[in-house]
Design a protein around this ligand. Structure first.
Ligand code: GLY
Ligand code: MN
Length: 530
C-alpha cells in the first residue's frame, strides 16, 4: 500500500494524516449498512488528496458517429417541431444491492452509436432548432429551415472530494471506474454533451419555446425520465401515451434497413458466433458424461462471446435430446448424451451491441442417425425453400409461407397430420404448427428480435428491401411423449437458423461459414475434433 501511495506521488508529496474524528460524530458509520464505509472528515480529506491526473480519456471519434447523425436526421424529419427524449435507461438491479451489467436501450445506442455499457442514466434529446441555435448543421433540416439539435445529457464524473468517489458502489470511481467526461463523450459521439442536472430546466425551456409542438419520450426506457417530463405535457393521458407509442414505432422502423456500418457489425457478430460454435464442438467430449453437459456447452459458447464481444445477445439455448423440443430452453442443466442431437441457438453480441442469432443442430457423437437425418432434412429443405424466395420485393411473410409449405408436406408424408398438406396450410387448419409453433423469421440487429414495434405493414406485410437483415429458422420438434408421431422420431428436435442480408438482387447468408448440410456438419465436426 505504501508503494502505491509513493507511485501516486512522484514528487514525494505524501499527505499527512490528520487526527481522528470522534467516532460518535460525523465519522460514525451508517448503522443501517453492513458495508464498512469510513466517513470521518479526516478520512474524507485524506482520500481526496494526493492524486495525479486521471489517465487520458479516449476522444477518438466513433466510427458509428456519422451513421448515428444520419439516423437522428431521419428521426427529426418525422417529428418536426417536437422535443424527442430518448433515455439510455438506468442501471437495473439484479438482487439486493448488485446490478446487472449496464446495457443501454437499443434506440439510444442506435441514435448515439454508443455500445457496450455506455452510459447509464444518459438521455439523448432532440429539440427543435431555434434561431439561437444558428448555423446550418441542424439534423433533419426541412425546407422551412426547421430540424433538430441533439444534446446528450450525462452524469458527469464525481469529483475525488465527493463521497461518491469512494463510497458509492453504483457510481463511485473507486468501485466502477471513471466515467467519460462531457468533453470526451462529445468528441466520441459528435453530439454536444451537458450535465444531466440541467435536463429538467432545459427541457422545460424547449417545450415552452415558441413554435414547439410538444414532447415525446421513449417511456419504457427510464421511469425517472418519464416522470421528469410528465409535468411538461398538457394533453390527456391517452394522447400522451399514443404520442409516445408513435415515437417508439418510428424508432423501431428506423432500424428496418441497416446502414453499411450496421451490416459490418452484424458480420463481425456472426463471425464471432461461428468461432463460438467451433469452441462448442471442441467442448462436446467434455460435455458428454458430465451431469450438466448442457452447461458445459453453454459455458464454451458464452466464454467465447464474452471474450470476443460484449457477451451473448440473448440467453444461450443449449438443448440436448428432448430438451430441443422446448423452444426457449435456457435452463441448460441437462446431460448431453452420445447418440442424441444437441440444438445450440446462440449469438455473440458485438461491443456495438449488434447481435447474431444462429442455430445449428449437431449429432453429439458426430454422426446423424437415420431418423435424425429424416427430421434434419425436412427442416433444411424448409430453410432452403425460404432462401429460394427471399429477395427484394417479396413480402416478409412469404418467406415464412415458403418454409411452411415444406414443413406441412413432410409432416403429411409422415402421416401425422389429420388432413392433407394443402388443407393444413389453410388459415383455418395450421395443424402442422403443432410441430413448429414459432415463426420462420424475425428482423435482427441491436435486438435479437429487432424492430419489434414496427407496424405490421412495415414488417410482416412489407416487401423485403436491400439492407434488411433477418433470420431464416424453421424447425421441427417431436416431443418424447408425442403419441401422434412415429416412435422413432420422438425426442428429436431440430432447428437450423441463419442470418440473412437482403442484397440488391437476392440475399446473402451471413452465417454460411457454419455448415448446414448434414454430411458437411459431420465432416466439420470431425475436423474440429481432430
Ligand atoms: N434465437 C432465439 C429466438 O429467435 O427466439
Ligand atoms: Mn432467432
Amino acid at each position: 500500500m505504501e508503494e502505491l501511495l509513493d507511485a501516486q506521488h512522484p514528487e514525494g508529496g505524501r499527505p499527512t494524516p490528520e487526527p481522528l474524528d470522534d467516532a460518535r460524530g460525523e465519522g460514525a458509520e451508517d448503522p443501517k449498512s453492513h458495508r464498512s464505509v469510513p466517513r470521518s472528515a479526516a478520512f474524507r480529506r485524506f482520500i481526496a488528496q494526493g492524486w495525479g491526473p486521471r489517465p487520458a480519456e479516449d476522444t477518438a471519434p466513433s466510427a458509428a458517429a456519422p451513421f448515428a447523425a444520419r439516423r437522428r436526421a431521419a428521426l427529426s424529419a418525422l417529428f418536426p417541431g417536437e422535443v424527442l427524449v430518448v433515455p439510455a435507461g438506468p442501471l437495473v438491479r439484479r438482487s439486493n444491492d448488485t446490478d446487472y451489467r449496464f446495457r443501454p436501450h437499443s434506440a439510444f445506442a442506435h441514435l448515439t452509436g454508443l455500445g457496450t455499457d455506455r452510459e447509464a442514466d444518459a438521455v439523448l434529446v432532440l429539440h427543435p432548432r431555434t434561431p439561437a441555435d444558428g448555423g446550418d448543421d441542424a439534423e433533419g433540416v426541412d425546407a422551412a429551415g426547421g430540424g433538430h439539435e441533439a444534446v446528450l445529457y450525462l452524469r458527469p464524473q464525481g469529483s475525488r472530494d465527493s463521497e461518491e468517489f469512494y463510497a458509492d458502489a453504483r457510481y463511485g470511481e473507486l468501485w466502477v471506474g471513471p466515467r467519460p467526461g462531457l468533453a470526451a463523450q462529445e468528441a466520441v459521439t459528435g453530439v454536444p454533451c451537458r450535465d444531466a442536472a440541467a435536463l429538467a430546466d432545459e427541457l422545460g425551456a424547449w417545450v415552452a419555446a415558441p413554435g414547439t409542438r410538444g414532447l415525446r419520450v421513449v417511456a419504457d426506457a427510464d421511469p425517472a425520465v418519464t416522470a421528469l417530463v410528465a409535468p411538461l405535457r398538457t394533453a390527456a393521458a391517452e394522447e400522451v401515451a399514443a404520442a409516445d407509442d408513435e415515437l417508439v414505432t418510428a424508432l423501431s422502423e428506423l432500424r428496418l434497413v441497416k446502414d453499411e456500418w450496421e451490416v459490418g457489425e452484424l458480420r463481425r457478430a456472426v463471425a464471432a458466433t461461428a468461432r463460438g460454435f467451433e469452441e462448442v464442438v471442441r467442448a462436446l467430449p467434455r460435455a458428454v458424461g458430465h451431469p450438466r453437459g448442457e452447461r458445459v456447452v453453454e459455458a464454451a459458447f458464452d466464454g467465447t462471446a464474452r471474450v470476443e464481444g460484449n457477451g451473448v445477445g440473448y440467453e444461450t439455448i443449449s438443448a440436448a435430446g428432448d430438451h430441443a423440443c422446448t423452444l426457449h430452453w435456457i435452463r441448460n442443466d441437462g446431460p448431453v448424451r452420445a447418440g442424441d442431437l444437441l440444438l445450440l441457438d446462440a449469438g455473440v453480441e458485438a461491443d456495438s451491441l449488434y447481435t447474431a442469432d444462429v442455430t445449428r443442430t449437431l449429432p453429439v457423437d458426430g454422426r446423424f442417425s437415420e431418423p435424425q437425418r429424416r427430421v434434419y432434412r425436412a427442416v433444411l429443405d424448409a430453410a432452403d425453400a425460404a432462401f429460394a424466395v427471399a429477395r427484394p420485393g417479396v413480402r416478409f411473410r412469404e418467406v415464412h409461407e415458403a418454409a411452411m409449405r415444406v414443413i406441412a408436406e413432410r409432416l403429411a408424408q409422415w402421416g401425422v397430420l389429420p388432413v392433407d398438406a394443402a388443407a393444413s396450410l389453410e388459415p383455418g387448419g395450421q395443424y402442422h404448427r403443432r410441430w413448429m409453433a414459432h415463426g420462420t423469421s424475425h428482423h435482427l440487429g441491436l435486438d435479437v428480435h429487432d424492430c419489434a414495434q414496427a407496424r405490421r405493414e412495415m414488417y410482416l406485410d412489407a416487401e423485403l428491401r436491400p439492407g434488411m437483415v433477418f433470420t431464416i429458422e424453421p424447425g421441427l420438434y417431436v416431443k418424447a411423449e408425442d403419441e401422434l408421431a412415429p416412435p422413432e422420431l420422438r425426442g428429436i428436435g431440430v432447428r437450423i437458423e441463419d442470418d440473412v442480408l437482403v442484397t440488391e438482387d437476392g440475399v446473402e447468408n451471413l452465417s454460411a461459414a457454419l455448415p448446414r448440410e448434414p454430411d458437411a456438419v459431420e465432416a466439420w465436426m470431425a475436423s474440429l475434433r481432430g
